[in-house]
Write a protein that binds this ligand. Structure first.
Ligand code: ZN
Length: 283
């Protein structure tokens, strides 16, 4: 499995996406998903029990006047760890891959954080002589206000040793964080869309250029089979919110015939209708 890949958005040649996985893990959906006791679909039951290699993707998009990053992971699963995929070598990571493509952290102008889970924020800061400083010092960072204001989040922000405090807290203290309520148009064809459920402030990003649209879905879905079964999701998600968010975003994806990148689903894909059921199709 490739840890990084790049593709143009639209035919005009002005927008290019670079997708980079910070690491690979071996995960079995059943660790995160409780199927209904009345579930009888054998294909779904098999999929949930099947271990698979999952990435942690960050997406960089180069646009005229904008260098956009969606999520920043520095997570590395060490070879030999219980969730390290046997025989899969671990990649060099986000910053190395960005530099290989001549994308310097100082040149990133916008960082959208889909939500405040460790695997999506761990690369937002670096240690400089024992002090955390922003990894992308010239970027404005965008994070969901509903999550920031939640009591659990405020609690971890007040603990200086907590990862959230060292990453998002540091970015906020540096005056580089914008809290987003609802949807936000960033210009250049880029929109942040509220998609709560994974967390109260979870958000996704759409990028339209040259007649094509890319959606970066974060953790709106974790596994391919969830597109076909939108009521199946990780046990920490808020059921009503995630179901409503999925329905609203899927409608937009079909309207735009969009390409999709999902943080923990390998490669990229699109949605197709098979016997009126929505399905993920790798592209
Ligand atoms: Zn995640």
């Amino acid at each position: 499995m490739d840890d990084s890949f790049t593709f143009p958005i639209g035919m005009t040649g002005t927008a290019r996406a670079l997708v980079v996985s910070s690491t690979f893990g071996l995960f079995t959906p059943a660790e995160f998903i409780d199927l209904s006791p009345t579930e009888t679909d054998p294909a779904l039951m098999n999929e949930v029990k099947r271990a698979r290699v999952c990435p942690i993707y960050c997406v960089h998009v180069s646009l005229p006047g904008m260098s956009l990053l969606i999520d920043a992971s520095a997570d590395v699963i060490s070879p030999g760890a219980h969730d390290a995929p046997p025989g899969v070598s671990q990649p060099p990571g986000l910053i190395s891959r960005l530099r290989e493509h001549a994308i310097m952290p100082e040149g990133v102008t916008h960082v959208v954080i889909t939500h405040g889970h460790g695997d999506h924020v761990s690369g937002l800061t670096i240690d400089q002589g024992g002090r955390c400083v922003p990894q992308f010092p010239n970027a404005r960072h965008y994070f969901g206000e509903a999550e920031w204001n939640s009591p659990r989040f405020q609690e971890v922000l007040s603990d200086p040793t907590h990862l959230i405090s060292r990453t998002l807290g540091t970015v906020a203290k540096a005056g580089k964080l914008t809290l987003v309520a609802g949807d936000l148009d960033l210009g250049a064809g880029v929109s942040i869309l509220a998609a709560p459920g994974e967390t109260p402030g979870h958000q996704v990003v759409s990028i339209t250029s040259g007649g094509e649209t890319l959606f970066c879905l974060g953790d709106l879905y974790h596994f391919e089979f969830e597109f076909e079964h939108p009521h199946v999701f990780a046990k920490w998600k808020a059921p009503e919110q995630i179901t409503a968010s999925r329905a609203a975003i899927v409608k937009r994806i079909f309207a735009d015939n969009a390409t999709l990148v999902v943080t923990h689903i390998p490669g990229r894909g699109r949605l197709v209708l098979e016997n009126s059921t929505t399905c993920w199709q790798a592209t």
